[in-house]
Design a protein around this ligand. Sequence first.
Ligand code: HBI
Ligand code: FE
Length: 280
Amino acid sequence: MKSSEAQPSPPAGAARDWTIPQRWAEYTPDQHAMWDRLYQRQVAQLPGRVAPVFLEGLELLGMGKAGIPDFDDLSARLHRATGWSVVTVPGLVPDAVFFEHLAQRRFVAGRFIRTPAQLDYLQEPDIFHDVFGHVPLLAHPVFADYMQAYGQGGLRSLEYQAIHKLARLYWYTVEFGLIRAGADLKIYGAGIVSSHGETQYALDDPTPLRLRFDLRRVLRTRYKIDSFQKNYFVIDSFDDLLRQTLDTDFAPLYAELEGLEDIEPNVLLPTDVVSACIRC
Ligand code: HBI
Ligand code: FE
C-alpha cells in the first residue's frame, strides 16, 4: 500500500493501533473447554514431530495450564524471555498495522475461539491458532529476532509495493515452515502446528513437495489458503533463516523478481533440492 492511500481506521472500541482488551474474565467454561480440547489433541501428537524448541517454549511460557491463556500473564513470561508481548486485536488488521506491531516485538492475537462445529477448519485464525501456534517460538531468541526483522522488512515492502512477495516468506516459514533435524524433518510453522490434520500430512504424506529453503524461490511461489499445502520449504536452522533474511537487500531483489514469473504450488524446478521424506 502506498503511504498516500487511506488506511482503514480501527473499529469502534479499538485503540489507534487496533488493539482491544482481551477481557479474559468473560470467556465461558465452554470456551475454556474448547481450548483444552484443542490443546490436548495437539500436544498428544507433537512430540517427535515438532521442533523441540516449540515444546520448550510451551513449557517456559506456562502454557500447559488449563484454559485459554490470560495474555497479561503470558506476555509477562514472554517478555522476560525475549522482550516480546502478546496484544489482542479484533481480527485481521491492515498490513501496515500488523508489521508495525511485529517491528515493535508485539504479536497480535484474536480473542475469539472456534466453536465445536469449526474444530478442524476455520477461515480466520482464532486464538488457538494465534497463541498456541505462534507464541511458543517467540520465546526462542533467534526466532524472536526473525519475526521482528520480518515486521521491519514488511514496513519497507509497503514502499516497494512488494508485500505480496514478502507475504510468501511469512507463509512458507512462520506459517508452514519445516526444519531439518538430521535425516528427518520437523514442523515449526504455526499453520501446521495448530492443525491436527496438517501436523501429520506435512511430514507423512507423499503428495507435497518438500524443498530446501531458497529465499528467491520462496518469494516467487504462490500459495494455497484453502487446502493443505502443495509444497513446503525446509530450513537448516533458525540461525540460517535469520542470517539469510538479514543479509538480503530486498529492494533490488524485488526489482529483479518483477521480471520473473510466479511459480505455482506443486511445481518442481530443475534447481530445486528435494528433501527425502523418510516417514512417507
Ligand atoms: N492480522 N490479526 C492479523 N493476523 C495476521 O496474521 C495478519 C494480519 N494482517 C495482515 C497479515 N497478517 C499479513 O500482512 C501477513 O500475513 C503478511
Ligand atoms: Fe498465523
